[in-house]
Design a protein around this ligand. Sequence first.
Ligand SMILES: [Zn+2]
Length: 328
Amino acid sequence: MSFGEIIGQQKQIENLRTALRSGRLHHGYLFVGPDGVGKRSISLALAKAIHCSAHEDDFCGDCVNCTRIAAGNHPDVRFVGPLAGKKEISIQQIRDIEKELNLQSFTGQRKIAIFDPATLLNLSSQNALLKTLEEPPNNSLLILIASSVGSLLPTLRSRCLQVSFAPIEPKTLVDFLIVAKHCSSEEANNLATLSMGSVGLALNLKDNKLFEKRREWAALTASIGRGDYRAASAAAEKLAANKNDSLGFLEWAQSFFRDVLVYSADAPAQNLTNIDLQEQIQHVCNAGTLERWLSVLEQTYDAGARIQRNLNRRMVLEDLLFNVAGRR
Ligand SMILES: [Zn+2]
């Protein structure tokens, strides 16, 4: 493995490598961009390149430093996220990290802390981290990873060099899925569209058989005719059997009903997310009005939140699918 094998984000990688080569790495970086586009992989790659015993501005993936960093047990590289059972990164964690950053490096290179996701730093831990960034320990490197910067203090942001990560270009993602993941060209194109440029999401879709599941969900949704509450009830019972499936369905249903709205607005087919489900999208679209699909779309978000709060899944899903059948 090397930087050359990371897909997309070539400009960002080149800038980091140039800084590394010339000894001009900043002491604090903020990696910002959507989930699954390489922020974590690139921070990991940078940590390896800094400590790799075989290369100066790249990494081998095989030496003791590279392997220990990949396994998460290198003494100079720490990933910081919420502790088990906690929702936020605590101030105590920041204090512990600051102590560690002040210790002698194991390899004589930088001590690195990667905060992922930095959006889970609460206000007091952000303030503590701000102090660390204002007076960084010698030879330290902090990387904050965030999908958006809204929840981060402006003072904290201004202390970091921001690197923005855009979704991966569709063609790059399609090529990667065909060459490295042995997808057929049709599957690769569908996954690239569905994942909207997120490698993480594309691989997740592929590995979790979500791709096929979507087709079942679409067929189930399209089978609910106008006034057919019996079909709606049967579908709700099926989808409610397992909490993860219920939530997976609702997440997908958001993109599906968004597509129904796109379709009803006569937008070009390439604007659809579920491009392989056009037939079902058209079928559902023709069975109701724009107002109905808008209300169903809104309800999918609400239903997901209600299931997260452990409300009766069958009732929540029935409520939504009765709306699909035209009750409201
Ligand atoms: Zn190495």
